[in-house]
Design a protein around this ligand. Structure first.
Ligand SMILES: Nc1ccn([C@@H]2O[C@H](COP(=O)(O)OP(=O)(O)OP(=O)(O)O)[C@@H](O)[C@H]2O)c(=O)n1
Ligand SMILES: C[C@](O)(CO)[C@H](O)COP(=O)(O)O
Length: 237
């Protein structure tokens, strides 16, 4: 039985605002997607990688990731879709019968520690069919509705019960396939894609479990995140 990791890298990175897709933006001289791929492979619990590339850039991503001498697991590259959900669904179609566990990880989380990858896979292999790393929320969160001139606060959820979730998210393959099949139908009907895979599993009414996340698995969304990641790398060097 094997573990396949789908590495989502097909996004454009609108909020980062560079003139190339976010996954190819460099951090410490290497593209974000390569950092993430190396860390997944270094976990020792991933048997193969499928990377979703931006449209028209599968050859470039192959050059970057599949030819990297530090990555000793097989790498396949496919073009992603218009949304993250569609990209994951495309990657999932590349899973083989032996891949009983599937991880989904964002290239936008390049500094994910291999220990976090292992924690997620161990939790799935111990019997939890859908596992998500999560961190406590440190800000007070307000629920709002649109209002005239300013949004109206309608609630303050108890933050001790909230978690900010990260990737890699890990799943029993059959469950993730079912969740994506149902999610694709919903996305077509409602023109709304899920922002994470666990959300699709929850929508099926199936259980999702949380394991402790890691600060280093933070997501690169804006320039400030990239600046922080550069500092973290320099500190580690
Ligand atoms: N059509 C898409 C959109 C996103 N992603 C991937 O999903 C992850 C999380 O998405 P996000 O950080 O939102 O990336 P972008 O969509 O690129 O960013 P933005 O929303 O700022 O454009 C990223 O690794 C991104 O490459 C993907 O594979 N396919
Ligand atoms: C999957 C994810 O990384 C979990 O936090 C996140 O939802 C990615 O989506 P977004 O496009 O940055 O909202």
């Amino acid at each position: 039985m094997t573990t396949l990791a789908i590495l989502t890298a097909a996004g454009s990175g609108t909020r980062l605002g560079r003139d190339l897709p976010k996954a190819l933006v460099e951090l410490g001289g290497l593209p974000l997607v390569l950092h993430a791929a190396r860390r997944l492979a270094a976990s020792g619990v991933v048997d193969g990688l499928v990377v979703t590339a931006p449209a028209g850039l599968a050859a470039v991503v192959t050059e970057v990731v599949a030819r990297d001498p530090h990555i000793e697991v097989p790498v396949r590259v496919v073009e992603g879709g218009a949304t993250r959900q569609a990209s994951v669904a495309t990657g999932l179609r590349m899973a083989r019968a032996a891949d009983d566990v599937v991880l989904v990880h964002d290239a936008a989380r390049p500094l994910v520690p291999p220990s976090l990858v292992r924690r997620v896979v161990e939790a799935v292999r111990s019997g939890h069919r859908a596992v998500v790393p999560g961190l406590p929320v440190t800000d007070t969160i307000k629920q709002v509705i649109p209002g005239p001139g300013a949004e109206l606060v309608v609630g303050t959820p108890d933050r001790s019960l909230l978690r900010a979730v990260q990737t890699p998210q890990g799943f029993e393959r059959g469950l993730l396939v079912r969740a994506h099949e149902a999610g694709a139908v919903r996305a077509a009907a409602e023109h709304l894609a899920a922002t994470d895979d666990a959300g699709l599993v929850e929508a099926l009414g199936e259980k999702v479990h949380i394991v402790p996340g890691d600060d280093l698995a933070f997501k690169i969304t804006t320039e400030r995140d990239l600046w922080l990641a550069e500092l973290v790398l320099q500190e580690a060097a």
